[in-house]
Design a protein around this ligand. Structure first.
Ligand code: 13P
Length: 215
């Protein structure tokens, strides 16, 4: 009973977060998808459904072999959600968006260098851009996993962004942060070449970030 209640609460959280991403301007229409680890399984948003039309019952429960346990049509991106959750035990939730500024840079295939110290929030000295691959493919998942090595966020060329966190709030918060960094980088590029922080300066930031964040 307790397990079922938790699963239903997780389904509700996924619907609320999908709506929140639209409110925040990070997604439009049916773009993007979200997942949450749930014991030996994970819950993922359904494919091609507008957030306004989503109900908790539409969320799809899958196992890590890629089998649907409950539900109908999981997000076409279930492979990268599954692979990230399976290979990174510290991650409990994955958020994928086609947010305007991250996607603009991703369409140029540009990684985001440490032009601002907050780049360290994504786990390292840059936010990488994974090479292009067709949406929903294992190739896209493999590229995403490599770009996320030692990181919690990456861009996907000609596509969008992935942000991950210990839970849904953390993953969503990082997606918001990465989108604002992409906006700031894009704006800075309009008037010149941004100063890039050195590895030593970024290591100092990452050291200071240890234990800095509040849950
Ligand atoms: P889904 O609706 O299948 O989740 O696909 C949307 C998307 O963003 C694909 O990358």
């Amino acid at each position: 009973m307790q397990e079922e209640m938790t699963e239903y609460a997780f389904r509700q959280k996924l619907v609320a977060a999908s709506l929140r991403l639209v409110e925040l301007g990070l997604n439009r229409g049916a773009a993007g998808n979200l997942s949450l680890r749930h014991g030996k399984h994970f819950l993922i948003t359904p494919s091609a459904l507008l957030p306004e039309a989503m109900h908790p019952e539409d969320m799809v429960l899958m196992d890590f072999s890629g089998k649907v346990v409950t539900g109908e049509r999981p997000s076409s991106e279930w492979r990268f959600h599954r692979d990230i959750l399976a290979s990174r035990p510290e991650i409990g939730s994955v958020v994928h968006v086609h947010s305007p500024f991250a996607t603009t840079l991703a369409c140029l295939g540009r990684e985001v260098p440490p032009f601002h110290y907050m780049i360290a929030a994504a786990g390292g000295t840059s936010i990488r851009c994974a090479p292009y691959a067709l949406f929903g493919t294992q190739a896209l998942s493999d590229h995403a996993l490599a770009a996320l090595h030692d990181r919690r966020a990456c861009l996907l060329a000609n596509h969008g962004m992935i942000a991950a966190g210990r839970d849904l709030d953390e993953a969503l918060g990082l997606a918001v942060e990465v989108e604002s960094l992409c906006e700031q980088y894009w704006r800075a590029l309009q008037i010149g070449e941004p100063n890039i922080l050195s590895d030593a300066e970024m290591n100092e930031v990452m050291e200071k970030f240890r234990g800095y964040w509040r849950r």
